[in-house]
Design a protein around this ligand. Structure first.
Ligand code: ADQ
Length: 419
């Protein structure tokens, strides 16, 4: 669904940064890159970024990968294959030491080492987006603002609580021109609140629109800059700001077809276990805060042709039911009670089991009488009969599970669970 734009004659290349390690999502990222972490049952995180790019009308897309990229590469290659007849593509490009013996030193270096792709595509504009956020966004509106402003880079921004300032690039806008960035600090520990809202800061969303030549010039100069970490937020954006060439695009102005009052402006960085968990709970509230059911701006994915989910009477004629929950194809709930949870494909829950406020990834098996509360359980883990997870955190830690400060229990892929 190509979106019309008065500037559609401009050639746009989209680059998705998908090489991050995602340390704060451990153990979910022990075995896979963060953008490949499953989300909402049937998706991978990268599907959200790619759906936004494609729905915005940009059909030439490169995905830069590095860390544990196999499952990410397999997913993107299988799901996002496009007809090349019109010159459209979504392609993954692994780190490959094109320039010297170094792997990508940071996100800016990932682009520097991939400049051949920009030289080949010859775009006027490069849209650079992260791959680990849950949101809908029409990038074409941001591209229009960028072209009109004449900036070298435009950074997408959203208000966030000041308590989270040290997780984001924090933007100060120019007092005379609110579309211009006066100062940008990456993950500051001492951020000041906004003049009209002292409890909030204006945070970078990690999405950028560049004039292609300005991007090529910036990452090339950055390569030899002493002390640079070769990071988009830490080095490249501040460089544009110091030259007075950085603009800001306010995400609250972004209009998405089919958005409801409730989910308009929704954006979550799912960089931590807490935010990943919360994003799932946002999905299963009765009127979802993030609405997967907006078909005017679809989130695309592809999965195996599993049969429909099934709910059956189990042993002793127990009713199998799931309330306020999202249940994927291939799931069987037999005489068990599920509440406020997300079940991924092929999860099987047996009689007398109960699951509340939890996220179960593909193929998890929950045996009879098991009880699961506020937990995230990775692929194919078997929860044995009568086992409790998330009810006693001391016991969870003693069994080698991960428990967050806020009391979310996480069981990693391949972990053996005992009662
Ligand atoms: P972070 O997400 O902490 O902050 P980073 O870890 O560099 O920044 O990740 C940004 C994106 O780049 C992610 O999608 C990641 O997968 C990817 N990436 C990281 N290293 C990479 C590499 N070597 N090769 C390829 N891709 C790589 C960023 C910005 C902040 C902003 C937040 C918003 O730096 O300014 O506020 O995003 O979440």
């Amino acid at each position: 669904m190509a979106r019309r734009s008065p500037y559609s004659n401009r050639k746009v290349l989209a680059i998705v940064l998908a090489g991050g390690e995602g340390k704060r999502l451990m153990p979910l990222t022990a075995d896979r890159a963060k953008p490949a972490v499953p989300f909402a049952g049937i998706y991978r995180l990268i599907d959200l970024a790619l759906s936004n790019v494609v729905n915005s009308g940009y059909l030439q897309v490169v995905v830069l990968t590095q860390y544990k990229s196999h499952s990410l590469d397999a997913h993107v290659t299988k799901t996002w294959r496009m007809s090349t007849l019109l010159g459209n593509y979504v392609t993954t490009v692994p780190a490959q030491q094109r320039v010297d013996k170094n792997w990508y030193l940071g996100s800016a270096d990932a682009i520097y080492q991939s400049l051949n792709l920009i030289h080949d595509a010859k775009p006027d504009i490069v849209v650079v987006v992260g791959a680990d956020h849950v949101y809908r966004m029409d990038f074409s509106a941001m591209v229009e603002q960028h072209i009109e402003s004449g900036a070298g880079v435009t950074v997408a921004a959203i208000r966030q609580p000041i308590s989270l300032a040290d997780q984001f690039g924090v933007i100060e806008v120019d007092s005379t021109d609110p579309a211009k960035i006066a100062a940008f600090r990456e993950k500051p520990k001492d951020a000041k609140g906004l003049p009209d809202s002292p409890t909030e800061v204006l945070a970078s969303m990690g999405n950028y629109v560049f004039t292609a030549d300005a991007l090529i010039d910036a990452v090339t100069r950055d390569r030899d800059r002493e002390g640079s970490k070769h990071d988009m937020g830490g080095d490249i954006v501040p460089d544009f700001v110091s030259r007075g060439e950085a603009g800001v695009y306010d995400f609250k102005d972004n209009e998405i077809p089919g958005a409801t009052d409730r989910d308009r402006g929704y954006w979550r960085d799912v960089g931590t276990i807490e935010s990943y968990y919360d994003a799932h709970m946002d999905l299963v509230s009765i009127h979802p805060i993030f609405n997967l059911y907006n078909y005017e701006w679809p989130i695309y994915t592809q999965h195996s042709p599993y049969p429909p989910a099934k709910f059956v009477h189990g042993s002793g004629d127990r009713i199998g039911e799931a309330l306020n929950s999202a249940v994927s194809p291939g799931v069987v709930v037999s005489g068990a009670h599920i509440y406020a949870s997300v079940l991924s494909p092929l999860v099987h829950v047996h009689s007398y089991a109960s699951i509340q406020g939890s996220v179960l990834l593909d193929g998890v098996q929950v045996q009879r009488h098991a009880q699961i509360r506020r937990a995230i359980i990775d692929k194919n883990v078997v929860i044995p009969e009568g086992c409790q997870v998330g009810l006693d955190h001391e016991h969870d830690l003693a069994r080698g599970f991960h428990v967050t400060e806020t009391g979310i229990t996480v069981i990693g892929k391949g972990q053996t669970v005992v009662r």
